[in-house]
Structure formats: structure tokens, C-alpha cells
Design a protein around this ligand. Structure first.
Ligand code: HEM
Length: 154
């Protein structure tokens, strides 16, 4: 059984060419190099980068997977909406190419199904805690500085 870290930062370091930023991980590695060269305190340690990458993967994977499962569940129970989405996709995208992001604004039925599913089955009903740095007024609530805020998403 594999007992090492879930994200092996050394794989990313090995593939990184200094000065060439292909994405978020290269950007973090560039910043880490700058921090180390500055001679000051190093915040972006290897462990910190591992945690950041793992957080990103976990945040993206679970939410997307659960959202897609929720949409499938709703569509299985409402096949007439499957037909409506199919008709819309055939008209907007056709059968000869893959869908593109720009197609999205011309697919109001699909958009409505995604939004309605997120409303009906909220995959993250309760957000993690947030710390309020200053006194604020929001939606009729006065929230004093130093409060912990946990927002309900549904
Ligand atoms: C349907 C899909 C998704 C849903 C429902 C979702 C939902 C959320 C929610 C509710 C939060 C907390 C916001 C807050 O507390 O203020 C959050 C934060 C976050 N999400 Fe997502 N997310 C989704 C997809 C993704 C994807 C694809 C990524 C990365 C590629 C991602 C990365 C993050 C990160 C990094 C944070 C923390 C942001 C911060 O506080 O600085 N999420 N997401």
C-alpha cells in the first residue's frame, strides 16, 4: 500500500522549468524560489505547497463530482428535461463538434437545470468559518469585527 504524501511536490518540482509558468503549481514554485532566494522567512514551504495543491484538488473534485451526480439524479427522475436539454444541445452545438464554453449562454435550458439542481441539492450546504476583520453591515445584519461567520448556502 502507498504510504507517502497524497501529493508529491517533488514530481512537480522535477517538471518545472524556472521562468516558465504553465499554471498555478508553476506559479507557486516560482514564488517559493523567490522567497528562498530573499533570505527571509519562507512561508511557501514544500509542506505548504502540498497542502495548497491537495486543497485545490479536494475542493474541485468533491464539488464537481457531487454536482454531476445530483444533476444525473434529477434528470433520471425528470426524463422530460433530458429531452429538452438534448433538443437544445442539438440545435446549438449539433452533432459534429464538441461543446465550447461560448455555447453556454445560448443554452438557457441547460443553465436552468444546473442552477435549479444546485438550489435543490446544495452540495456544500454549510460553508467553512470566515473571520470578520472589520465592522460591516450586510443584508440588514450588523456584524462586528472579530465575529466568526458561517453562511448557509441554501
Ligand atoms: C460545482 C462545483 C463547485 C461548488 C459547488 C463549489 C463550492 C464552493 C464553496 C461553497 C466554497 C466556499 C466559499 C466560501 O466559504 O466563501 C468554495 C471554495 C473554494 N473552491 Fe469551490 N466549488 C466548486 C468547484 C470548485 C473547483 C472546480 C475548484 C478548483 C478548480 C474549486 C476551488 C475552491 C477553492 C480553492 C476554494 C477556497 C477559496 C477561498 O476561500 O479562498 N471549487 N467552493
Amino acid at each position: 500500500m502507498y504510504n507517502g504524501p497524497l501529493v508529491n511536490i517533488f514530481c512537480f518540482q522535477a517538471g518545472h522549468l524556472p521562468g516558465k509558468v504553465r499554471g498555478l503549481i508553476d506559479l507557486l514554485l516560482e514564488e517559493q524560489t523567490k522567497e528562498r532566494a530573499s533570505g527571509g522567512a519562507v512561508v511557501l514551504t514544500d509542506e505548504c505547497l502540498q497542502a495548497l495543491i491537495l486543497e485545490m484538488i479536494a475542493a474541485a473534485l468533491v464539488t464537481t463530482l457531487c454536482s454531476e451526480s445530483a444533476i444525473m439524479l434529477c434528470l433520471i427522475n425528470h426524463p422530460e428535461w433530458q429531452t429538452r436539454i438534448h433538443t437544445e444541445l442539438d440545435a446549438v452545438v449539433g452533432r459534429g463538434r464538441r461543446p465550447r464554453l461560448e455555447d453556454r449562454e445560448r443554452c438557457p435550458v441547460l443553465e436552468a437545470v444546473v442552477l435549479e439542481t444546485q438550489r435543490l441539492i446544495t452540495v456544500i450546504p454549510l460553508c467553512g468559518p470566515h473571520y470578520c476583520k472589520e465592522n460591516i453591515s450586510f443584508e440588514g445584519y450588523d456584524i462586528p469585527a472579530g465575529s466568526m461567520v458561517k453562511q448557509l448556502m441554501n
